[in-house]
Design a protein around this ligand. Sequence first.
Ligand SMILES: Nc1nc2c(c(=O)[nH]1)N[C@H]1C(S)=C(S)[C@@H](COP(=O)(O)O)O[C@H]1N2
Ligand SMILES: [Mo]
Length: 555
Amino acid sequence: MIKFDAAHEAVHHPPDRRCRIWIKPSFVAAAICLGLVPLLLAWGQAAIFGMPHLASLPKFDPATFTGVHGFPWWLRWAHFFNFVFLMMLVRSGLSILVDHPRLYFNNDCTPGSEWIRFTPLHVPTDRMWTAKDDARYISPIFGLPGYRHTVGVARSWHFIDVYGFILTGLIFIPLLFVSGQWARLVPDSWTVFPTAWSTFVHYANFHFPPEPDGFYAYNALQQLAYFFVVFVFAPISILAGASMSPAMVNHFPWFPRIFGGRQGARSIHFLMMLCWVGFLVVHVTLVVLTGFVRNMNHIVLGTDNYNPLGMLLGFVGLTVVLGSWIAAHYISWKAPRLLQHIQKAISLPVRLATLNRLHPRNRYTKEQISPHFWPNGKMPVREDWKQMAANNFRDFRLKVGGLVENPMRLSLAEIDSLGEEENITMHHCIQGWSGIAQWNGLPMKRLIELVKPKPSAKVVAFYSFGESLYGGVYYDTQSLENVLKPECLLASAMNGVSLPVEYGAPLRLRVENQLGYKMVKWIERIEFIESEKSLGKGEGGSNEDQEYFDLLPNI
Ligand SMILES: Nc1nc2c(c(=O)[nH]1)N[C@H]1C(S)=C(S)[C@@H](COP(=O)(O)O)O[C@H]1N2
Ligand SMILES: [Mo]
């Protein structure tokens, strides 16, 4: 077992580790109907009209069969790797989910408006309750990794595995078409629907219709199921995942709207996970019930006989997958920095080349401002900040220094006089919640023009009056290039009033193409530096250092 100090223990292994599922009654009713209606229809049809007729099965003679059949090696390996990556995606996804254990179909995430929650706790109204307070524990049996506030590690797994999953698809799909195997998955006639229904009526009445030999052809329901997995589940899951990216949302506002908004996308990403798991359960059950030994030879060895070798190798594969879950826990707890660096080595170049090029440009309206905006972070406890707060920050001076020609010390009034911009934007927290707010403040671009960074300055560090999760000053960094993008503000007002203390007074950063933890609240000073590597543990911020978050979270 890994030993934690008291501060880590409180976060990662809290005494209250209950996880409870509550679903809005109307959603429960809808889910029951969705499940029950087809079953009732199938039972009714069989009771009144008898079991529907299914055309008798063609006999396949291996010696003379000329159509596309069998399971080529690339298909069998793609099948295996999909299983590996999908299970890891589900497990790491669950860990990410419980970091904000509520799902919504609205962009505001007001407590109480969720349709499902995975916490027994109600948000207290008599005191500040941060999104981090709301995070829940998940057992390591289900989540990768288990415990709380390991969203950084969970995201590393999620991204590494999604690259693997997409790469598998990029190899699998073209080969499907080149080899002609696509014809086994794509129905060639609309009659597939009535035939699939008839097959379903048989299954629903616990009657197994005679199965075609899957080596040559699938039954109609099976074909439809496989078609959906490859051509519907996979693209929807990937697109819903991508549409949670702040860089996407704040550049292509129409994109998340396909899924009913930013939180709709998060909910649908979750519902798709349920579809995958549901498919897996039914698929495995039917593989076992319809000739396990022969089916395993199909997908493991590509042969069509009753030799037990395919089944035995299949069990070896399953052991490898289970072993990978244990290994992933071990890596998560023993070598999280290595994991963070591996993910960064893959993700950073990809993000720089893609998402990071999208400039934020979305505008919301005043009517869309969220009634509730989850607060996050630890309120400063420093005496100097408290005294300044008591005096409306009249004595506050923002220190801007480091590699600049013109170091400055600025009062809030001076900052106001330098220029002001107003944006209404959507905030995205790494934990999963979002909220729309109006921000007023000094564009960083204007400040940079005044302080004149030296050519060696490549990175801007923002230091807070507040502490990070385990103590020590909260800080984060931005590339100089990114703070020059539109909508990057030193915000001093929120929703038309000067910044409330819990939201970061006197100043906070707004960076609309990245996640919330990059937006330092309660800013004390700004420093221009050559590289983030010289600060803290060198990862670019408190959360990057301590929680293994990304340096560049465009998603
Ligand atoms: N000083 C400081 N700034 C911080 C944090 C923090 O813990 N300390 N948390 C960050 C995170 S994770 C988020 S999501 C946003 C939350 O901003 P809000 O409280 O206005 O919602 O602030 C960011 N800035
Ligand atoms: Mo956050």
